[in-house]
Design a protein around this ligand. Structure first.
Ligand code: SF4
Length: 194
């Protein structure tokens, strides 16, 4: 059953986000073409974290919610992205995350959140506009070799809207090793480690 949500909180487009990387268009961070955002900083510190360089709590690239929405809208027009994936680091440490999700929903971009926090411990504002959450810390002893993109078997795929209901197969098909390399102003590699 889909979750009941209260989306009625103020939208502040000037809130700051601390971003490590943005990939404007990827096909390995969720179904369809997506923009992926890696936030800087995580206080959960799972053993075997695949992005340990993003754990340090430090200033990386400070951008406003408006800046990021403008980039996503441009990528939608130029690359045909369907939505945006939030990764880390721990995205929920960003005070501006609820506003970012709300602003992206207003321009009809879907949102997927990967968080080390369990669903029941997330705030209502974070849950308000995200379409799908993969929750819980990474447990190396419970490595998940069946679900695409899900790190360990304790992590749940939670649908908060019906936007990705038909994408279950994308997550449940046999895990594929995929690496995508974008060469732009910087060399950027994302996907599974091979
Ligand atoms: S929550 Fe994510 S980013 Fe943080 S330590 Fe765990 S796997 Fe790494």
């Amino acid at each position: 059953m889909l979750k009941q949500r209260n989306r009625d909180f103020p939208l502040d487009l000037s809130k700051k986000l601390n971003i490590a990387h943005i990939n404007l268009c990827t096909e390995v961070e969720g179904p369809y073409k997506r923009m992926a955002i890696w936030f800087q900083g995580c206080n959960i510190l799972c053993k075997g974290c695949c992005n340990p360089e993003l754990q340090e709590i430090k200033v990386s690239h400070l951008m406003t919610v408006q800046d990021v929405v403008d980039i996503a809208v441009k990528s939608k027009a130029e690359n045909g992205i369907e939505g945006v994936t939030f990764l880390g680091g721990e995205p929920t440490l960003q005070e501006g995350l609820p506003c970012l999700a709300k602003a992206l929903a207003q321009v009809d971009l879907g949102t997927i959140l990967f968080t080390g926090i369990e669903y029941d411990n997330l705030s209502d504002d974070i849950k308000a506009n995200i379409d799908l959450i993969v929750d819980g810390r990474y447990e190396a002893t419970l490595f998940d070799d069946e679900r695409n993109l899900v790190g360990s078997k304790n992590q749940q795929i939670i649908y908060l809207s019906d936007r990705y209901i038909t994408c279950l197969n994308w997550f449940m098909k046999n895990r594929e090793k995929k690496v995508e390399i974008n060469v732009g102003s910087m060399l950027f590699v994302n996907g599974d480690v091979i």
